[in-house]
Design a protein around this ligand. Structure first.
Ligand SMILES: NC(=O)C1=CN([C@@H]2O[C@H](COP(=O)(O)OP(=O)(O)OC[C@H]3O[C@@H](n4cnc5c(N)ncnc54)[C@H](OP(=O)(O)O)[C@@H]3O)[C@@H](O)[C@H]2O)C=CC1
Ligand SMILES: N[C@@H](CC(=O)OP(=O)(O)O)C(=O)O
Length: 346
């Protein structure tokens, strides 16, 4: 049976990607679109500046955009995808959950809350059951699940692959080269970024350092313990359009050779969900890959690419890449929606 879904923040950059992914989806049907009060009451085509690389779906273009309140959502909608500014998400997501909606959110608010599952399905699907704790504690009929920050999503699956192969991770250093789309359409001006690199993205380093430990943590059915690995991040904006490239250094308790790491990543299992790519991690032998322009669309933008795996003075070193607005944002929320459906939360 098809699940009726809504998109909160549907006119935004990530909201448009959500529509692009949801419109042909086998299990989900878009039944509601919301945005700010200034867009409410208007046809979607009139208020969304459509900037995605496929045409605006004809039926969606004619839908009326609603205000972002539970009362505006039709009764038969069960699942909401949220991509609001985090300050807005913090205010409006809880009332939707209280009103009985299950919310799969991409916004950064509440990602680190103790009773909110932060999920990459291939990495920590079992954390989803934290929703039982959340419902007990908050008295919600609905639920709130989050996907991580786009740069976190890029490197954590590679760490999870090493951990799954039996390596105990002690220290991780990661340096990012992040695409401009991560800052949104109006985020970085062309005069700032052309012929340049900006070695600061507000709060980004802290997100990589904390979200990664939560994702790699252990849920015992009642409590989530964050992983003990130490993570240090350095984040940079560069003039690519899409695709975050990251340089990673990993020290493990055990000896970890490049061959061990390549095998662990290549063999890390995919999931049988509609949006989960197989393989999850593409491992390149060519040391000049992955590259954003060449490799961001692997697995329809949902795969992780890794390469340049080698020994270094600081343990193992490699590079990894993911499409930041698909695997790192809209696609991540859709995948969490698919996991919610598979696990009976809808
Ligand atoms: N851009 C990206 O690639 C990534 C973004 N993110 C995160 O996703 C979220 C959305 O980002 P992005 O799509 O770029 O943002 P945009 O600014 O493009 O879109 C924001 C959306 O939220 C709506 N909105 C704004 N204010 C309100 C309000 N007060 N009440 C209700 N709706 C409101 C806007 O509606 P209206 O059009 O009416 O103003 C619009 O639909 C953010 O939290 C961002 O940090 C995460 C990863 C990547
Ligand atoms: N900060 C990220 C995108 C983003 O919005 O992240 P978050 O989902 O944590 O707010 C970037 O600039 O590439």
């Amino acid at each position: 049976m098809t699940v009726q879904v809504g998109v909160l923040g549907a006119t935004g950059a990530v909201g448009q990607r959500l529509i692009q992914l949801l419109e042909p989806h086998p299990d989900f049907e878009i039944a509601a679109l919301t945005a700010s009060d200034s867009s409410a009451g208007h046809a979607y085509r009139d208020v969304a500046k459509w900037r995605v690389d496929t045409p605006i779906p004809a039926e969606i273009a004619e839908m009326t955009v609603h205000a972002t309140t539970p009362e505006a959502i039709p009764d038969d909608v069960d699942l909401l995808f949220s991509s609001l500014p985090s300050s807005v998400g913090a205010k409006v997501e809880p009332p939707f959950c209280e009103a009985g909606y299950v919310v799969s959110s991409n916004s950064s608010n509440s990602r680190m809350a103790e009773d909110v599952p932060l999920v990459i399905p291939e990495v920590n699907a079992e954390h989803l059951d934290l929703l039982e704790v959340q419902r007990d504690e908050r008295g919600w009929d609905g639920a709130l699940v989050k996907n991580p920050n786009c740069s976190t999503i890029t490197f954590v699956p590679t760490l999870a692959a090493l951990a799954a192969a039996g390596f105990t991770l002690e220290e991780v250093h990661v340096a990012t080269l992040q695409a401009v789309s991560g800052a949104g359409y109006d985020g970085v001006s062309s005069m700032e970024i052309i012929d340049n690199a900006i070695p600061h993205i507000g709060s980004e380093e802290e997100k990589l350092e904390t979200e990664s430990r939560k994702l790699l943590g252990t849920f015992d059915g009642a409590e989530l313990t964050h992983d003990g690995v130490e993570v240090a991040a350095s984040c940079n904006r560069i003039p690519t359009l899409d695709g975050h490239l990251e340089n990673v250094w990993v020290e493990a308790e055990e000896e970890l050779t490049p061959a061990d790491a390549a095998d662990a990543m290549a063999e890390f299992p995919a999931l049988d969900l509609p949006s989960s790519p197989d393989p999850l991690i593409h491992v390149f032998e060519d040391p000049s890959r992955p590259q954003p322009r060449l490799d961001r669309n692997l697995g329809d933008g949902m795969a992780i690419a890794a390469g340049g795996i080698r020994e270094s003075t600081f343990g193992l070193q490699y590079n990894c890449l993911a499409h930041n607005t698909i695997r790192g944002a809209a696609g991540a929320s859709v995948l969490n929606g698919e996991l919610l459906l598979e696990n009976g939360y809808l």
